[in-house]
Design a protein around this ligand. Structure first.
Ligand SMILES: C[S@@+](CC[C@H](N)C(=O)[O-])C[C@H]1O[C@@H](n2cnc3c(N)ncnc32)[C@H](O)[C@@H]1O
Length: 281
């Protein structure tokens, strides 16, 4: 037996029917899919949330999340996994720098265009969009501009992202040249400089819904759809397709795949990694 705020609960914490109910509510709200194999993660996060909210029983808590949108948002924030790091997956950044950017720049030049529009969907605490911004600032030819929208449904993570301060132990992987130019040393860590911050718009967005973004040239959505089931994955990938330009690129996590999915994205293998393209002539 365990206890949450003095209430004694069964060892499993959730009965099977309680688990199914909460799992379905989380899935409907976000696409995040808990299965019996990651049930214990959900149970431990729920325990934490019950303790903090002061709501004594799981049945009462279930009623609250059904009627209170704010508490549902807090729960989603509690159950998400926000692990990330600067320049995560070197092969992706090599593909981005050596293939995607040169190819897109040449394509845009041919059309007399000079702007790139990016989206880091599921940006967590911001390391991914900041890494992209630093690369683009260095790599784009004079006269080219870009903007990055970075979104997540974790408000806690977005707060860190917007602040742009990272403790020393989170700076692994940042190349020296960027560290010197785009960060300011502060006690205990590093602060992203305003010149980089102003290139990114951080926003709360749940990928279950349409973002309203259109005309995107590059979308990064890495290590996010791994938490969704097939239906939710297909829905979000379809939304990306509709939001992207006719000549554009999608990056997903290296352990994620669109293989077998009903999608119009083309699979494209570069020397470094696989990327997906929407190429319509
Ligand atoms: C593991 S992190 C990945 C961060 C970064 N993209 C990377 O690869 O390092 C996954 C992020 O996806 C977010 N996420 C999960 N489901 C989401 C949804 N339905 N809408 C928006 N963000 C979601 C989580 O809050 C979390 O911050």
């Amino acid at each position: 037996m365990q206890s949450v705020k003095g209430y004694r609960l069964m060892d499993a914490f959730l009965s099977d029917s309680q688990f199914s109910k909460i799992r379905d509510l989380i899935y409907d709200a976000s696409g995040i899919h808990f299965t019996s194999s990651n049930r214990t993660i959900l149970e431990s996060r729920l325990k934490e949330r019950l303790r903090k909210s002061g709501i004594p029983t799981i049945d009462e808590y279930t009623k609250v999340i059904m009627s209170d949108e704010g508490e549902m948002k807090t729960l989603l924030d509690t159950v998400t996994t926000n692990l990330t790091r600067f320049f995560r997956n070197t092969a992706h950044f090599q593909t981005f720098e050596r293939h995607v950017i040169p190819e897109l720049v040449a394509y845009k030049k041919g059309r007399g265009e000079t702007h790139l529009k990016l989206w880091s969907a599921g940006c967590s605490t911001g390391e991914e969009p900041y890494s992209l911004a630093m690369v683009l600032k260095d790599l784009l030819p004079p006269g080219f501009t870009f903007d990055i929208t970075a979104s997540d449904l974790s408000l806690k993570s977005l707060m860190t992202a917007k602040e742009g301060f990272y403790a020393d132990n989170r700076m692994n992987g940042v190349p020296e040249k960027y560290l010197n130019r785009y960060f300011e040393r502060k006690p205990g860590g590093y602060q992203v400089v305003e010149d980089i911050k102003k290139l990114i718009k951080f926003d709360y967005h749940n990928l279950k819904l349409d973002s309203g973004l259109r005309g995107l040239d590059i979308v990064f959505c890495r290590n996010v759809i791994i938490y969704f089931d097939e239906t939710a994955q297909t829905n979000v990938i379809r939304k990306f397709y509709n939001a992207m330009n006719n000549h554009s690129y999608l990056f997903i996590g290296h352990s994620e795949s669109l293989f077998g999915m009903d999608t119009k994205f083309e699979f494209f293998k570069t020397e470094w990694a696989i990327v997906y393209r929407k190429f319509i002539k």
